[in-house]
Design a protein around this ligand. Structure first.
Ligand SMILES: Cc1cc2nc3c(=O)[nH]c(=O)nc-3n(C[C@H](O)[C@H](O)[C@H](O)COP(=O)(O)OP(=O)(O)OC[C@H]3O[C@@H](n4cnc5c(N)ncnc54)[C@H](O)[C@@H]3O)c2cc1C
Length: 547
C-alpha cells in the first residue's frame, strides 16, 4: 500500500468518480465532497501527489516558485505550510501533498494501486471499470495529469541492452546510486536539464545524448528568507490575485516589461535581459512584451541566451552544440542549476544526435553513426558502453493519459476516434458526445502554459459549481454542444496562431510522440480564459447542452 497506509474500497455507486490523485484529483475530491456529493478517487500509484509521486529523479523540483506553486483554497493551509526553498524539491512537494491528504482526510475516499481501464456511458451513468472492479458514477472527472504518461522512444535492438534503464517520470522509490557508473542521459528537456548536473556529480562518467538543444535560464534557487515568507503570508490573498492576472498565472510581482524588445536600444535591451537573467527563473521571458509574438524580438532575446552559453561553456564545439537555433519559448523554457557549467566537468561529454544519431543498442551500450570526418567517405560507427541509461524523454503530453483509458461515450463512440485528428473539446473541460465527463487542465485550456496549480483550482471550482447547479435544476446530464465545440477549437487555433508557439516541434504540438496528430493543445492566456469560463457559467452554461 506504499506510503499512504490506508486503502479505501471503492463503492458500487457514487455521484462523482475521479481518476488520479495528483493535485487535481485531491482538490476535486475535497471540493466535491464538501459540496455534498459522494465521491471516490482511483489512483494508479500507491500514494497521492501524482507528478511528485512519480518523478523522483535526482534534481527534480518545481520551476514555479513554491510560494506560488501551492494550493490557495485554504487560508489555514497556506499559512501553516512552510516552504524551505524558492523552488521546492520533489521530496518537499510530495510531503506537502501528503500533508494536504492528511489535513483534509482525503485517503478514506481514494483507492490506490487501482488503474481505471475503461469508462462506458450507459443508462445515464458512467461505468468505471478498474483493475479491481467496477463502480457506477453520475459524473466522471479526469484528473489524469498532462504530464503523466511517460514517453519512452524505441530504438533498434534496445531489448538487447543488459544495463539498467530508467525513465525520469517513473523513478525507483529507493533511489539510484550512480557511483562508479558510466551513465547516458537521453533527452535535454526540463527533466534532463534538472537531473544532468546532479547525476554528473555522482557518476564516474556521464554522456548526454541531445536531439534538440533547449534554452535554459538559471534558477538562482535559494533558501527562503523568513522575512520574505512573512511578507507574502501577511497578504497572501493579494499575492495570489496579482499572479492570476498574468498570462501564465504566475509572477505578479514581476510584471512583463511594457515594451517590445525592438523598441529599446541595444544597451537597454541587454540591461533588461541581464536583470532578469540574474534574478533567474521563467520570468526571464517577460522582460519584453513581444517575446512570443515578434520573431525579431524573439531572435534578439535568443541571441542573449546563446551568448550566455558561449561564455559559460569552455569548449567552443560543445558550446556550439548546446546553442538552440529555434524560437525561444516555443518549447517550454527550462530552468536549471549549473546545467551549462556541467559541460565543463572532466567526466561529462555531449553527443549531438542530429550529427551522430543512435544506430542501435547492444548488450553493453549504444552504437552511433558518425559521418566520415571529411564528409565524403562512408559513415562510421562507434560504440559507447554504458552501465545505465536514463530516459529523460518526457511525456505523451495532455492527451496521453486520457487516451490510455478506453472511453466510450453516447451511442458507443470512442474518445480516441473522436480525437483521431486532435483533441476537440469545449473550454478544455468537456467533449461533445461524452456527457457528465470533465477534464481538469485538458487540451484547449491554458493548462501547461501556466502555474498549473492555479489552473487546476480554477477548473475544479468551475466543475464543482457546474454539477451543483445541474443538481439544483431538474436536469441530469450536461455536455458540450457540437457547434460551441467547433468554435472553441477554432478559437484556440486562432489564439495560438497569433504567437510563435507553433513555429517549432514541441510536446505542446504532440510532435515528440510518433504518429500523434500535430495540433497545438494548450490555449495561451489565463485571465481571458478564466473570464470566458465565468461568463459562460453566468450565461446558464452557454455552449453546453443539458437534459
Ligand atoms: C518533473 C515535473 C516538474 C513539473 N514542475 C512544474 C512546475 O514547476 N510548475 C507547474 O505549474 N507545473 C509543473 N509540472 C506539471 C505538473 O504535472 C503539474 O503542476 C501538476 O502536478 C499536475 O497535477 P495533476 O493532478 O493534474 O496531474 P498529475 O500530478 O500528473 O497526477 C495525475 C495522476 O493520475 C494518475 N492516473 C493517470 N491515469 C490513470 C488511470 N487510468 N487510472 C488511475 N490513475 C491514473 C497518475 O498515476 C497520477 O498520479 C511539472 C511536471 C513534471 C513532470
Amino acid at each position: 500500500m506504499g506510503n499512504n497506509g490506508r486503502m479505501a474500497a471503492a463503492p458500487n455507486r457514487v455521484d462523482v468518480a475521479i481518476v488520479g490523485a495528483g493535485f487535481a484529483g485531491m482538490y476535486m475530491l475535497h471540493r466535491a465532497r464538501s459540496a455534498g456529493f459522494s465521491t471516490h478517487v482511483f489512483e494508479r500509484g500507491s500514494g497521492v501527489g501524482g507528478t511528485w509521486y512519480w518523478n523522483r529523479y535526482p534534481g527534480a523540483r518545481c520551476d514555479v516558485p513554491s510560494l506560488e506553486y501551492s494550493y490557495q483554497f485554504s487560508e489555514e493551509l497556506q499559512q501553516e505550510w512552510e516552504w524551505s526553498e524558492k523552488y521546492a524539491t520533489q521530496p518537499e512537494i510530495l510531503r506537502y501533498a501528503e500533508h494536504v491528504a492528511d489535513r483534509f482526510d482525503l485517503r478514506r475516499d481514494i483507492s490506490f494501486e487501482t488503474t481505471v481501464q475503461s469508462l462506458n456511458w450507459q443508462n445515464n451513468a458512467w461505468r468505471v471499470s478498474t483493475t479491481s472492479g467496477a463502480t457506477l458514477a453520475r459524473f466522471v472527472v479526469l484528473a489524469t495529469g498532462c504530464l503523466s504518461a511517460a514517453n519512452v522512444p524505441r530504438f533498434p535492438d534496445d531489448d538487447l541492452y543488459k544495463g539498467n534503464t530508467y525513465h525520469t517520470g517513473n523513478w525507483p522509490h529507493e533511489g539510484v546510486d550512480f557511483t562508479g557508473k558510466r551513465v547516458a542521459v537521453i533527452g535535454t528537456g526540463s527533466s534532463g536539464i534538472q537531473s544532468i548536473p546532479v547525476i554528473a556529480e555522482q557518476a564516474e562518467y556521464l554522456t548526454v545524448l541531445q536531439r534538440t538543444p533547449a534554452y535554459s535560464v538559471p534558477a538562482r534557487n535559494q533558501t527562503l528568507s523568513p522575512d520574505y515568507v512573512a511578507s507574502v503570508k501577511a497578504n497572501y490573498g493579494e499575492f495570489r490575485r496579482k499572479n492570476s492576472l498574468t498570462r501564465a498565472a504566475l509572477g505578479g510581482d514581476t510584471p512583463t516589461g511594457p515594451q517590445g524588445a525592438c523598441e529599446v536600444s541595444d544597451q537597454e535591451r541587454h540591461n533588461a535581459l541581464e536583470v532578469r537573467w540574474q534574478k533567474g527563473g521563467l520570468l526571464f521571458l517577460g522582460a519584453f512584451n513581444d517575446a512570443l509574438t515578434n520573431p525579431t524580438s524573439n531572435r534578439l532575446i535568443a541571441d542573449f541566451v546563446r551568448e550566455k552559453i558561449r561564455t559559460t561553456v569552455c569548449d567552443p564545439e560543445t558550446a556550439r552544440k548546446l546553442m538552440p537555433d529555434a524560437v525561444i519559448g516555443c518549447k517550454r523554457l527550462c530552468v536549471d542549476t549549473d546545467y551549462y557549467e556541467t559541460f565543463n566537468r572532466h567526466n561529462v561529454s555531449l553527443i549531438d544526435l542530429r550529427e551522430q544519431p543512435i544506430q542501435r543498442f547492444t548488450e553493453s551500450g549504444i552504437v552511433f553513426t558518425r559521418p566520415d570526418t571529411d564528409g565524403v567517405g562512408e559513415p562510421q560507427t562507434i560504440e559507447y558502453e554504458f552501465d545505465a541509461v536514463v530516459f529523460a524523454t518526457g511525456f505523451d503530453a495532455m492527451t496521453g493519459a486520457i487516451n490510455k483509458i478506453d472511453i466510450q461515450g453516447r451511442d458507443g463512440q470512442l474518445l480516441t476516434d473522436v480525437w483521431s485528428e486532435g483533441p476537440v473539446n469545449y473550454l478544455g473541460l468537456s467533449v461533445h458526445g461524452f456527457p457528465n465527463l470533465f477534464m481538469i487542465t485538458g487540451p484547449g485550456s491554458p493548462s501547461v502554459l501556466t502555474n498549473m496549480i492555479v489552473s487546476i483550482q480554477h477548473h475544479v471550482d468551475w466543475i464543482t459549481e457546474c454539477i451543483a447547479q445541474l443538481g439544483d435544476s431538474a436536469k441530469t446530464t450536461i455536455e458540450a454542444d457540437s457547434e460551441a465545440q467547433r468554435e472553441w477549437v477554432e478559437h484556440v487555433n486562432t489564439v495560438a496562431g497569433m504567437t510563435l508557439y507553433t513555429s517549432c516541434s514541441s510536446w505542446y504540438l504532440g510532435t515528440n510522440v510518433y504518429g500523434k496528430p500535430r495540433v497545438f493543445m494548450p490555449l495561451p492566456g489565463f485571465p481571458a480564459y478564466a473570464q470566458r469560463c465565468a461568463e459562460i457559467a453566468r450565461d446558464d452554461y452557454r455552449g453546453f447542452v443539458t437534459r
